[in-house]
Design a protein around this ligand. Structure first.
Ligand code: SF4
Length: 433
């Protein structure tokens, strides 16, 4: 699919919107849109570059702070109601493990949660965590893809490569860990207020969906956290996962535009971003055609249709056959793999028979599996699986040649782990006693 955000229709729409400047937030506008805005104001073209620098690199909070603009222009913009649109950090919850869960509020009073993990999220290749490094080295050791779609190259043995990487990792572990936190930081961002997908093991699902976030609100979460943490890409290596509240592929255009702005203007490397989808099949096909695209993760969570429909009702619409067909057709780049996420629920989807079914589903694919033991929470009917069942599940996958990694939960004590982003929103929006 062509990049929809650059389509003529969208450009015309953007220009129409700019006729009413009081509606304009600079965050979320790309260079072309900023150029239109500058033109609309009768200002020279170089002002667009000044806006980009101030909004995306300096991450200013108000027009008044853009010192490169003349005082008169700042006054004019303020009079016309143009704003930066940087969202406000309403609350911070700091975990014992250093994870910070932010409650971030937007102009209309809605809020989402955004999570800062100083040592990564425990398993994405490129996120800087030990499991992530292992996954990354695994991909490198198996080598680049020669195929246009998702198939494992012949004469490559995933299991042998996995063992090689694990050994290397153990050797690394014995070295002094100087500066070990550098480059491990990951931001987990939300794409919607709430979520409509209704996965039965997810606290966010209990909120329902309130609205989509704009591209500016998605990028704004990142800018607010970078500012608060006093870090700045690309000088600081930051990883990003679209795995917070919401289903990014149900807010597709805004998500795609946000990803582009984060790469082109904020300076976060494309290969350091991962988007997770519950399995919105048509958008998986669309996403494969994007010029700028984060890595793809698919939330699998079940090994057969009956189980997946029970856990993820959207499986009625896009079943495993349709999902796997989209995953197999997905055009992978060099050293790129699809990640499948599998939340293990005690006694429900964590048996050896489930693991064997997963190996059949993924046979021959260039992929890896992240295993996540359920983060329990009130209102969720499932329990955390026993550690030995998790270990057996992982072993079955690995022995079948499927790289599988157990992700360490981050920020469980502050409800910042996977599927737990809901608590502060509820607290913040509850009426005063
Ligand atoms: S797991 Fe993700 S897609 Fe499913 S309900 Fe929760 S936020 Fe939505």
């Amino acid at each position: 699919m062509a990049d929809r955000c650059r389509s003529p229709d969208n450009r015309v729409l953007a220009l129409k919107v700019m006729a009413d400047l009081s509606q304009i937030s600079l965050l979320g506008l790309d260079r072309a849109e900023l150029a239109s805005l500058v033109d609309n104001l009768g200002e020279p073209a170089y002002r667009a570059r000044q806006f980009v620098e101030a909004v995306y690199r300096q991450r200013v909070e108000s027009i008044e702070e853009i010192s490169t603009l003349s005082q008169q222009l700042r006054l004019t913009l303020a009079e016309k109601g143009v704003s930066i649109g940087l969202p406000r950090i309403e609350k911070r919850f700091v975990s014992q493990d250093g994870t910070v869960r932010y409650l971030i509020a937007f102009a209309d009073g809605q809020s989402v949660e955004t999570v800062w993990m100083p040592e990564g999220d425990g398993g994405e290749a490129g996120d800087g965590s030990e499991a992530g490094e292992l996954a990354e080295r695994f991909a490198e050791s198996v080598g680049p893809s020669n195929s246009s779609a998702n198939a494992l190259p012949e004469n490559k043995a995933p299991n042998a490569a996995l063992k090689r990487c694990a050994t290397q990792n153990q050797r690394q572990d014995q070295k002094p860990k100087q500066g070990q936190n550098q480059g491990r930081s990951t931001i987990c961002i939300s794409s919607q207020v709430g979520c409509a997908v209704d996965c039965r093991f997810c606290l966010t699902a209990l909120l329902g969906v309130k609205r989509n976030l704009t591209a500016g609100e998605i990028v704004g979460q990142v800018c607010a956290v970078l500012k608060d943490q006093k870090v700045s890409p690309p000088e600081d290596r930051i990883n990003l996962v679209f795995m917070g509240m919401g289903e990014p592929f149900l807010n597709y255009d805004n998500f795609v535009k946000a990803a582009r702005l984060l790469v082109e203007e904020v300076g976060i490397a494309e290969r350091r971003m991962t988007v997770s989808t519950a399995g919105i099949v048509p958008r998986i096909y669309d996403f494969g055609g994007q010029a700028i695209r984060p890595k793809l993760a698919i939330s699998l969570n079940a090994s057969n249709d009956a189980l997946r429909t029970r856990l993820m009702p959207l499986n009625r619409k896009w079943n495993l056959e349709m999902l796997m067909a989209a995953a197999r057709a997905y055009p992978l780049r060099t050293r790129e793999w699809i990640t499948f996420e599998y939340v293990l629920l005690g006694g429900v989807n964590d048996g050896p028979e489930n693991a064997k079914e997963v190996t059949e589903l993924l046979r021959g694919m260039r992929c890896k599996v992240n295993l996540i033991a359920l983060n329990p929470g009130p209102g969720i009917e499932f329990t955390t699986p026993d550690a030995d069942r998790v270990a057996i599940f992982q072993k079955i996958l690995r022995e079948a040649g499927v790289p599988a990694f157990v992700r360490r939960p981050r920020g469980r004590d502050i409800y910042a782990a996977c599927g737990q982003l809901k608590r502060t929103v509820e607290v913040a929006t509850a009426p005063a006693p």
